[in-house]
Design a protein around this ligand. Structure first.
Ligand code: HEM
Length: 392
């Protein structure tokens, strides 16, 4: 495969047909913004490659939003997602410890109780905006639980997560000020909460991070950066993937009936919703030096975009890739990224989605859409825009 053989596609296209047409010809395509990887195997190769860096890709999002210098940029430069090398290891290891599968499995009862509490609060079960009434509430309340903040703060942290990640991931320049204000508010919130917690350490994330600071592993400002990272990363993305999962289950009622009849199928349904409609549509990296992927040369300084949407429908890996099937062999999802940067919260996200579907299936088996399920898609992410249901 040489440069002249590779197809050209529209930069940032959301058109699955365009991606699939190019994927038939080649695993890699080019566009105005760099290289576009369309198949599963090479996609993982890119995400795991030690010379293809993630930090610069997050910094690029900040640049694109006009956050290029000053105190705010200095703060963002030390958040785990923007760092590389030793600094990245220092920031990632403490979070990885807190979010490892063994720790997360201990949260099962809490997540279950949280979902049931939220369902108890529904006023009119015949007319429910499921994203607001359920999906926004689960990860935001869980965040409060994780950091031992009062649950009354849940709506605030939900708003902050959306005001930070929304403008950043959708590159919404008209929300730049909202992003700036929300970052400062999140830092202030983290500072106050961590300050108060110092006198009363317990068995929560905040206390664990304070202990890491006391042991000399993190500076005080880095503890704030970790707190803001968890706040932003743990809420918005999970909200939309919960919404997507219900949307995919309900747009074809037999899928919902299937999991109601056999709740053991819920984890497979969660995975199939992720595969067919991932929250993250693209994950990208910067080549720090000349590299070769499957014998194809990529020059230093090039941006390499991995299409999660096209890769998770690669027919070389998934039989009948466009079809909803719950009997697929387990294959690592591309949506949570890979390599030294992969999503640390994926076990928690899956637990939240599975428990949400389980609780609703048990209590409201007659759940149905009352309007079409709709999403807004851009090259980076998918947002649920309408998920109106009747629970009964
Ligand atoms: C369905 C929900 C979620 C989605 C779609 C998602 C997606 C992602 C993606 C795509 C990345 C970057 C991976 C890469 O570049 O290779 C990431 C990183 C990360 N995620 Fe998630 N995530 C979700 C939930 C969570 C939750 C619940 C938490 C925390 C409790 C979390 C914490 C993180 C952190 C800390 C990172 C940064 C890792 C690093 O840069 O080293 N995520 N996530």
């Amino acid at each position: 495969m040489t440069l002249t053989d590779v197809p050209w596609i529209t930069a940032g296209t959301t058109d699955l047909r365009e991606l699939e047409k190019a994927r038939v010809k080649s695993w890699i395509a080019r566009s105005d913004r760099g290289y576009e990887v369309l198949r599963y195997g090479p996609g993982l190769g890119v995400l795991e490659h030690p010379s293809l860096l993630k930090g610069p890709s997050f910094l690029k999002r900040l640049d694109d939003l006009g956050i290029v210098d000053g105190e705010l940029r200095r703060f963002w430069n030390q958040v785990v997602t923007t760092t590389e090398g030793d600094q990245r290891k220092r920031m990632r290891v403490p979070l990885a410890k807190l979010l490892r599968p063994m720790q997360i499995s201990k949260l099962k009862d809490t997540v279950r109780q949280t979902v049931h509490d939220i369902l108890d609060e529904v006023d009119d079960p015949t007319d429910v905006a499921l994203l607001d009434a359920l999906a926004w509430k689960i990860p935001s309340r869980l965040y409060c639980h994780l950091v031992s903040a009062p649950v009354e703060l849940a709506p605030t942290v939900a708003r902050l997560s959306d005001s930070v990640l929304g403008p950043l991931l959708n590159n919404e320049l008209d929300r730049r000020q909202e992003f700036i204000d929300a970052t400062w508010e999140a830092i202030a919130l983290a500072r106050d909460h961590i300050g108060a917690r110092r006198q009363d350490l317990g068995d929560d994330f905040t206390s664990a991070m304070i202990r890491q600071e006391e042991a000399g592993d993190l500076t005080e400002e880095e503890v704030h950066a970790e707190a803001v990272a968890i706040l932003t990363a743990s809420i918005d993305n999970t909200v939309h993937q919960i919404g997507i999962t219900f949307g995919k289950l309900l747009e074809e009622p037999s899928r919902w009936q299937d999991v109601v009849a056999d709740p053991a199928k819920i984890p497979a349904a969660t995975e199939e919703a992720i595969r067919l409609r991932p929250r993250f549509n693209t994950i990208f990296r910067l080549a720090a030096e000349d590299v070769e992927i499957d014998g194809f040369p990529i020059e230093a300084g090039a941006w390499v975009y991995v299409s999660v949407r096209a890769s998770q429908r690669d027919p070389e890996v998934f039989n009948d890739p466009g079809t909803w099937r719950l009997d697929r062999p387990t294959v690592r999802q591309m949506m949570f990224g890979a390599g030294p940067y992969n999503c640390l919260g994926q076990h928690l996200a899956r637990l939240e989605i599975n428990e949400a579907v389980l609780a609703v299936a048990q209590r409201f088996p007659g759940l149905r859409l009352t309007e079409d399920f709709t999403t807004r898609e851009n090259n980076a992410v998918t947002e649920v825009t309408r998920l109106q249901v009747s629970l009964v």
